[in-house]
Design a protein around this ligand. Sequence first.
Ligand SMILES: NC(=O)c1ccc[n+]([C@@H]2O[C@H](COP(=O)([O-])OP(=O)(O)OC[C@H]3O[C@@H](n4cnc5c(N)ncnc54)[C@H](O)[C@@H]3O)[C@@H](O)[C@H]2O)c1
Length: 249
Amino acid sequence: MSKVAIITGGGSGLGQATAVRLAEEGVNISVVDISEEGGNRTVDMVKDKGADAIFIKADVSKNEDVKNYVDKTVSHFGTIDYFFNNAGISGSGKYFLDSDIDEIEKIVGINLLGALYGVRHVAEVMKKQGSGAIVNTASSAGVIGQDSVVTYSATKHGIIGLTKSMVAEYAKDGLRVNAIAPGPTETEMVRNFYKDNPEMKENAESGIPQKRLGTPEEVAELVTFLLTSKAEYINGEVIRIDGGFTNVK
Ligand SMILES: NC(=O)c1ccc[n+]([C@@H]2O[C@H](COP(=O)([O-])OP(=O)(O)OC[C@H]3O[C@@H](n4cnc5c(N)ncnc54)[C@H](O)[C@@H]3O)[C@@H](O)[C@H]2O)c1
């Protein structure tokens, strides 16, 4: 039987690259995104690899949308083996005291509440099955403090708490929950962020020991490893994939 994955933020960047990589392993995918255009493009890319895929439109900051993408996946594919809990936004890059409350609430709503709702509903299905693997997307900003991203950093530190504490409660039920902490990686999110804050791109590249940004394909490889049985005894980990960035900061 083919395995089934839900990928949030599957319409672009890390989510899209992971959908394609998992499809190469024969995994069927529920592509969840707020963008129909991006989500449908990923569905086509997965099908080109010979796996099955459906697009489910959702705003992950809304609990009813999250419940809906979980229910639709189970009714369509019958199971959820893997969950890449990945949708997120970066914010404007303003210093914290210059950010308005709407922006703070939006980032927390998508990055942290969205991730919590996702795990809440997906883990319920996985616990009943007695198995399942989850990868939550944190960030370098989830393991170290950084300027210009205070709210974002708070949400990504939260993702790591979610990851470790889920293991404390549900590893005994067959769940594995890990997090990835990518450094700056060449995706739409980062291109837009650096377009608005060009000096930060130079700072980022010069601060990375490998002197380049990561690629979505490199991250997809790590996520695929963590989700599949090759990583069967890895649980509650936060794996940094950042060219050495947070090791020398
Ligand atoms: N690119 C990086 O450098 C980097 C580094 C560390 C962590 N991350 C994290 O990786 C994850 C993916 O980011 P990316 O770089 O691939 O960005 P991206 O912008 O390329 O992709 C993010 C996707 O999430 C979707 N999305 C945004 N808001 C949504 C919502 N409310 N509901 C559903 N979908 C929504 C977007 O439509 C988009 O398709 C994010 O959580 C981000 O914080 C990215």
